[in-house]
Design a protein around this ligand. Structure first.
Ligand SMILES: Cc1ncc(COP(=O)(O)O)c(C=O)c1O
Length: 430
């Protein structure tokens, strides 16, 4: 076949040919649904064939201001023309760090990195160094990024007795098994007992304050704070999802609990790559390079961390988030969507739980309440996936693996109504 007669492969087919499973990570879309994104605006996306989607993933929650939001685009392009990376403190990074210090009570000192994965990794390392203890406690089903502890016990298929970890990914260093213990989210008595039993070796407890899409039970986070204080263990909040989303001050503001270390990412950058971690000065001082070579020094470095384009975009995003209407809108819209989903599921006679808080929502097909990994896992996962694919087929862009839906400042009730309409249709296929 000559080049002139060779059929032109679609972008989707080309993606199947070069990316494993046709995706750049965690999507698992069947080849016949595979698309390549061309552009986004507000809460809409268009693929290379011109097909329109309403986006309920929003860059996995990173694009909270909405796609191509004018203020963010202008800030980033203005800065890009002045240089995109110096790997050194620059004015936007400085102003952003000062703003994080203002809004995050835990963050008396701040450093930037390029992703949430890095941010939680540094928090874990700092906790081990500062306390001189080897173990990190995480909650079953929690995700803290692609680092070793972040994926451990993320979706264990064999449910072990607590606090034994499960790798959840091939290739995790066997030594990680000895560095992490696992507790059930929202179960304070069991967690307290595990913390007490391992206190002399436990450096930190890392928690997604709202785990995946499951809110904390009243008193759970305050109970963790108290348990950590009793045993000299550090409390680490992974605010990569909750930060700037549930409130301007994130989970710290909404739930009124202040951790020792905190990790940020996603919405902080308004769609640009960013991570940040902060903590008390005496902990954060361990990363000071004037200590290099000493025993009380922790290595952190990130080539693109604090780059002026991402931090300028973040400053523009934060200025939008600070507007008085932002969080009332996100909360009201999230509630509207969740209530609408419950109504449609009930009308169609599906027994399901709709969970989430703020601008987040998720369906779990189970008649029983969902409060941790095991109760979520009792849901009908195959049905959940079929529903997500049915929505995708109907022009709702989402991550069928994550199943968590993200709203943004660009969504309104009409977008939610459109989603609910498609939800009814997709449920009809199940
Ligand atoms: C709670 C949480 N922590 C950390 C991460 C990792 O962030 P990133 O993908 O920027 O590395 C994620 C990503 O989804 C997350 O949801």
């Amino acid at each position: 076949m000559t080049a002139a007669h060779r059929p032109i492969a679609s972008d989707a087919a080309r993606a199947q040919d070069v990316f494993p499973a046709g995706s750049n990570g965690e999507f698992n879309i069947p080849p016949e649904l595979s698309i390549v994104v061309d552009r986004g605006e507000g809460c809409r996306l268009w693929d290379m064939t011109g097909r329109e989607f309403v986006d309920f993933s929003m860059g996995w929650g990173s694009v909270l201001p909405g796609h191509a939001r004018r203020e963010v685009v202008e800030a980033a392009t203005r800065q890009a023309a002045k240089g995109s990376n110096f790997a050194h403190v620059n004015r936007p990074a400085l102003e952003l760090a000062e703003e994080i210090k203002r809004l995050s009570p835990a963050s008396r000192r701040v450093r930037f990195c390029a992703s949430g994965t890095e941010a939680t990794m540094y928090c874990q390392r700092l906790a081990r160094a500062f306390t001189g203890r080897p173990l990190i406690l995480k909650f079953e089903g929690a995700y803290h990024g692609a680092n070793e502890i972040g994926v451990t016990s993320l979706f264990p298929q064999r449910l072990k007795d607590f606090p034994a970890p499960d790798p959840s990914s091939a290739g995790i260093a066997p030594v990680v098994n000895d560095q992490v213990i696992v507790a059930p989210y929202n179960d304070l008595p069991t967690t307290e007992a595990i913390v007490a039993a391992h206190a002399d070796r436990l450096a930190g407890v890392i928690v997604e304050p709202l785990q995946r899409c499951t809110p904390p039970r009243p008193g759970f986070l305050a109970g963790l704070r108290a348990a950590c204080d009793r045993h000299g263990v550090l409390l680490l909040f992974d605010e990569v999802v909750t930060g700037f989303r549930l409130a301007y001050g994130g989970a710290q503001e909404l739930y009124g609990v202040v951790p020792d270390l905190v990790a940020y990412g996603k919405a902080l950058g308004g769609g640009f790559p960013i991570g940040a971690f902060g903590g008390r000065q005496e902990i954060m001082d361990w990363v000071r390079e004037d200590r290099l070579g000493r025993d009380d020094y922790v290595w952190t470095a990130s080539t693109l961390g604090g780059n002026p384009v991402s931090t300028a975009a973040a400053l523009a995003a934060l200025a939008i988030y600070r507007r008085p209407e932002t969080y009332p809108h996100l909360r009201e819209l999230g509630q509207y969507l969740r209530e609408g989903m419950r109504r449609v599921l009930e009308e169609r006679q599906h027994r399901a739980q709709v969970i989430g808080d703020g601008p987040l929502a998720q369906v779990v097909f189970t008649a029983d309440p969902v409060f941790d990994y095991r109760s979520t896992r009792r849901g009908d996962g195959a049905k959940g996936r079929a529903l997500m694919l049915g929505l995708f087929r109907r022009g709702i862009f989402l991550n069928p693996m994550g199943t968590k839906l993200y709203l943004s400042l660009a969504h309104d009730r009409t977008d939610c109504d459109r989603f609910l309409d498609r939800l009814g249709d997709a449920l009809g296929d199940l």
